[in-house]
Write a protein of this length. Structure first.
Length: 223
């Protein structure tokens, strides 16, 4: 299980994978939310009594978010809701603020990850598609939280069958450093990279890559 802790505070990024993970948290209790954005999944978990924010170390009883990303129903639900507060990025992503959340679970996705654990979330096929975003800030806070974890979920291959786990980034752009890599998830399993040396990291990441790309990655990973 990726997510064991009742009472944890969750952050999640944009995309179908973070939302898919949220959809499987219905058996948890007293979850909190502190995130750069919230989606319909948070509204649904709140309505079901799963998200209560009752155990958060700060902003107790309140979901904190920087923006809303979802349906008109989500916007209607949030307006005037005393259980939701919108804050600027200076607060939602602030390292000092995040340092108070000792059971922070950061749930994000990425474009690619290399065999050392470096993460790219900005470039696809040489085309710049976005900015760094909050993944780095939240992942680092979750890694340093006493009871936190950082979860990065991505498919093992692109729609064109290109491996999303790579030997190195062709464009050289790194969105998040390898020191902040923790739990990496694909449809082939989970690679726990926390505190793991470089060679073992490579082996664990190759093990969750698409089987058709594993031999190539092994040959590229030799020191």
């Amino acid at each position: 299980m990726l997510f064991r802790s009742d009472g944890a505070t969750i952050q999640f990024g944009i995309g179908t994978l973070p939302d898919a993970i949220l959809s499987h948290l219905g058996n948890k209790n007293d979850l909190g939310v502190h995130s750069g954005l919230i989606s319909d999944a948070v509204m649904e978990l709140t309505e079901r009594g799963v998200v209560t924010n009752a155990r958060k170390e700060i902003d107790r009883g309140v979901t904190v978010a920087g923006s809303l990303y979802g349906s008109p129903a989500l916007h209607e639900w949030a307006v005037g809701n005393p259980g939701v507060t919108m804050r600027s990025v200076e607060y939602t992503h602030n390292a000092t603020v995040l340092g108070n959340l000792q059971t922070l679970y950061s749930i994000n996705s990425a474009v690619e990850i290399d065999l050392t654990g470096q993460i790219s979330a900005e470039v696809v096929g040489g085309r710049h598609i976005g900015l760094v975003g909050g993944q780095g800030s939240f992942a680092r806070a979750a890694v340093f939280a006493e009871h936190g974890r950082s979860v990065l979920a991505l498919p093992s291959v692109s729609k064109n069958g290109v491996s999303r786990i790579v030997h190195r980034f062709e464009d050289g752009i790194v969105s998040s450093g390898r020191a902040d890599a923790d739990l990496i998830v694909t449809e082939h399993g989970i690679a726990d990279l926390r505190g793991v040396p470089l060679r073992e990291r490579m082996e664990r990441l190759i093990a969750i890559s698409d089987p058709s790309h594993r031999s190539t990655l092994r040959s590229q990973s030799a020191f």
